[in-house]
Design a protein around this ligand. Sequence first.
Ligand SMILES: *Cc1c(COP(=O)(O)O)cnc(C)c1O
Length: 358
Amino acid sequence: MASVYFTPGPAQLYPTVAGHLQTALDKQVFSQSHRSQAFKDLYKRADAGLRALFNLPEDYAIYFTGSATEIWERSLQSLTAQKTYHLVNGSFSKKYLDHAKWLGRDAQVLQVPFGKGFSLEEVQVPGGTELLAITQNETSSGVCMPVSDIHALREKFPEPLISVDMVSGAPYAALDFSKVDMAFFSVQKGFGLPAGLGVWLVNGRCREVAAGLEGKQYTGGHHSIASLQDQYQQFQTPFTPNVLDIFLLTHVVEDMLTKGIETIRQETEAKAHQVYTFLEESSLFAPFVQEKAHRSPTVIVADVLEKPAAEVISLLKKQGMVLGSGYGASKEKQIRIANFPAIFEQEMDTLVKALRQL
Ligand SMILES: *Cc1c(COP(=O)(O)O)cnc(C)c1O
């Protein structure tokens, strides 16, 4: 019997992946040249699907990279020379900050404790900041930033480019892309695909800034915005891309569009509601994030009160359900439950019943 993976990445595969993979093998897609018309057609189709799914404004471009981690670095290299500002509330937002420091940027930070989110009044982005880095869903702690807060930050701070790490929130998070400048994700979380592909959504303002920095700051390299954009205009990439993932992503995005993003969002919220309601009633578990508005619908973190978390994980594993362990220092006392679109309502139901039995 196959297990169900409630892990926050790599995660449960989207239910249609196996069929699409077989189609790609039958059609020998992975042996075709990435300079062929067939690849350009595939990229174009991926582009159209992602534009529809995210409701992207016209001026956005869509680039492929190796990972989201790479986009942390590339975005800072291509879009900033000096000053960045980071909202940090967990391990992933912290890593974006670390990349800025490694690159020698004057990286300012607003940091709040693990398990907490941000209140808008606290955020004061200094003048001259080139890029404001936001992690929409902090996978380590299960804290999300409501998209309405991200939109409000645009009103408050029109000057800096706004970069949104939506790795574990996409495609659920209903971000208005006209109110940010770039966003990115990798595919092994909410899209339920094998790891190894980063997707970078970049608006015209970013491309202008990148062009303006050309020569002043390091902007070269095979994944600079200039080189990615140059190739993107012909639906090409500056390197041999992960055609396996691009193919699967294209088809899974089309499946999601057929299902309807609104339906996916409603199902996500219904499953999240079921889990959080259980956690609040339970005497063995408690929701880790106290502030309800900051509780992530897509990555749910629970404190385990009376047992070691590892024991819960191992009991569930025997029943064919793989949970995520707590992140880093929280490994001993927390579990993480990914609530991505690949998890059926009935599977979440079975998980909650099993947790109730413990
Ligand atoms: C997983 C994750 C990343 C890193 O993704 P990779 O594909 O491993 O590069 C970045 N940000 C967040 C919020 C994540 O959850």
